[in-house]
Ligand binder design. Structure first.
Ligand code: AMP
Length: 199
């Protein structure tokens, strides 16, 4: 993987363990020449990982909507900042730049971003590895919810298996490097075929 999108909190959390793991991931990425693509903020977990990679001479690309251009939140000293017209365009831009996705501890924004890329994977639109760094068991309850969704028939086990999980940076990156996306019939293709056959 040449570049990874990291989704993580615009907050720092109450326990320093989360920021420490963001630093660890940043160190691993800079040491292994893996560039960071992220929301472009200087605050919270986002700021920690961006600063760590910049301090270690790695590549940091921020993708941020124009709206936030003059906000205090935008990071002023990263390798490159890309401005997009809308939030939705930012997600498309991020996906064009990266070979995989990782979520660290975060809030609504982080969950929105990681579930969106999982949905793209589920539809066969993307086949990049998607991981969560489960620092301090932060995502245990989220993973529990996914089990409920499988049990109740709203999520296929094979789709749940797309999500790679580890508490350790090295192990997570290894899982992502070895990831082979499940063969899926693209839902879009299915829809197109069924539309054509009904003409
Ligand atoms: P949250 O997890 O709710 O703190 O939101 C963080 C995620 O949403 C990040 O991965 C960003 O891509 C995006 N995001 C939320 N707030 C900001 C902000 N102020 N500046 C840049 N990106 C943000």
């Amino acid at each position: 993987m040449k570049r990874i999108a990291v989704f993580c909190g615009s907050s720092i959390g109450h326990n320093a363990i989360y920021a420490n793991e963001a630093k660890k991931l940043g160190l691993h990425m800079s040491k292994n020449n893996i560039g960071l693509v992220y929301g472009g903020g200087k605050i919270g977990m986002m700021g920690v990982i961006a600063d760590t990679i910049m301090e270690n001479k790695g590549e940091v690309i921020g993708v941020i909507p124009h709206l936030f251009r003059h906000e205090e939140v935008a990071h002023a000293s990263i390798t490159k900042m890309i401005f997009t017209k809308k939030m939705s365009k930012r997600k498309v831009k991020i996906s064009q730049l990266v070979d995989g996705y990782i979520a660290l501890a975060g809030g609504f924004g982080t969950l929105d971003e990681i579930f969106e890329v999982l949905t793209l994977g589920q539809l066969g639109i993307e086949n990049k590895p998607i991981g969560i760094l489960n620092t301090n068991g932060y995502f245990d309850h989220t993973l529990q919810q996914l089990n409920v969704m499988v049990k109740e028939g709203f999520l296929k086990q094979e789709n749940k298996n797309m999500l790679l999980v580890s508490e350790h940076v090295d192990e997570l990156i290894q899982l992502m490097d070895n990831y082979i996306a499940p063969k899926m019939t693209k839902v879009i293709n299915k829809v197109v075929k069924s539309n054509n056959s009904s003409k």
